[in-house]
Design a protein. Sequence first.
Lengths: 306, 315
Amino acid sequence: MNKRVGIPQALFYHRYSPAWKAFFTELDCKVVESGQSNKEVIDAGVKLAPDEACLPVKLFLGHVKKLQNQVDYLFIPRVVSIENKEYICPKFMGLPDMVRYSINDLPPIIDTTIDLKTKKSNLVKSVLEVGEVLDKGYWQVSKACWKGWRALKKHRERLREAKDDDAQYKIAILGHEYIIYDSHISMNLVEKLKEMGVEVVTPEMLTPQAMRVGLSNLSKDMFWTLGKKMMGAAHYFFSNQEIDGIIQLTAFGCGPDSLVGEMIEREAKKRDGQAFMTLNLDEHTGEAGLVTRLEAFVDMIQWEGV
Amino acid sequence: MKGYMGVDVGSVSTNIAIINEEQEVIEKLYLRTEGQPIKAIKKGLMEIKDRVDCEISGVGTTGSARQLAGVIIGADTVKNEITAHAVAASTVVPGVQTVLEIGGQDSKIIVLRDGVVVDFGMNTVCAAGTGSFLDQQASRLNISIEEFGGLALQANAPVRIAGRCSVFAESDMIHKQQLGHNVEDIIAGLSEALVKNYLNNVAQGKEILGPIVFQGGVAANEGIKVAFEEELGLEVVVPEYYDVMGAIGSAVLAQEAVNEKGRTDFKGFNTTDFNYHASSFECEGCPNSCEVINIHQGDEVIARWGSKCPKWEAV
């Protein structure tokens, strides 16, 4: 029987899921996803998580809990770095440990370390490690890895191609993909904007070239990959005349966000012509408050356009 | 004569304003919502009906119960309160550059330049309840809310009070009172604390330029107005109809909407003859457990909201 590998549908799932799914499928595994976040998942996460965990980590724990009795393995990589000389938020590094100590009686966790800080080829070591756990040979793992990479590339291309020609306005959303693309914590923000006749652009939709253009505005290199990406995207959006407004989504309890968010906000203040708003989300955020702010934001853009 | 009606149903007050075609206010009404928005809307409509003898050509609703009010009255436009307040301020005080609005539950700042909103801010959860907090404190001190603000002006040495959180503010106030400070100084201290908190929280990083308009229920509080002026070093204007500005803005928006549509959806004042009530249930279709609300007119369900998916959308 095929082994069932569970992938919690949170955090980096929203960035790498096409690759992960293709990879494990190629290794003759049955991928089990935890499904979209919902109230039950978030409530479970809040109960399990240590006090100081940020909202996305709390949510992650909820997803793990949901998969607990449905799978043979849980895939929770220890992501240290995904770019040369850069780091990911420390909570990602400690994620497998945090999960182990918060939830009892878990199936074995595949917690391969992914550390590409010194060289990208370290990834080979990581995927072979996964292969070892699942008892798969070198060639099969290499092929799976390649398939995963292809799937991810295709997924990103599709994201970039998405366009809405009927939309009246274009609004960029700045924020981690695990917030923007989680329709429960973002309270369906993207859909809500679409219903208001707005085309939504996210940092994921930017081409590497666009990102480089944005990053060239930074006065100093930043060593947090996620923060850097946000800054780069922000600068690109600032200089893009087609973008009518920018909404920054931050998660309650996110350390890097509190700093990077502030830096972006200050930068936004220096510029005219684009509306800017920050929304901080937590598990108590009321939908009515969000709708009021969104409506007012779109009104503001509309009003300026008249 | 033609009139346009704006209805602002907030957490603490329900306000109605009627304007004529020149956008002048011909009638206004300020009622307490008392936790029962449907009742307040009906009561407000019945009262205002007897006061005006003009034909209502358009209706707009705003405030946190704008949707509810919209279906009961038959609104031509249902707008968020930020937009409504901005529209009202720029109608009443042309050239306004900053709007400070403090209501019962929410407070906001709206920045306008050349008659156009360019930025706004709203309280996070923590700064909420400014108006209702003042209400609470007034009743704790057994002072009517109308006199409350005026007392601050008689203070000689305002005390320092932590305004960051209303729970701490209250314990600070009690502490000072037990030490023997007089009520005037405590109230003045509270006004200063609330203003500082507003400026650091809601208005954080916003460019505040004159003319400044201060509106919303709390603008009745003379002490807060003066505290704003002292803190900002600028004159703060409280417009004549400060307490119903949301309703005025909503009426102006209704006029625009009707001009565009060419008709009104207003159900008429007879809408108060019907019996409206709400019922709610928890949907068990998925783990989201949405709390769905039905709005009934008589036996008929006329609107429904609260669900995350379209399952309950059809009425």
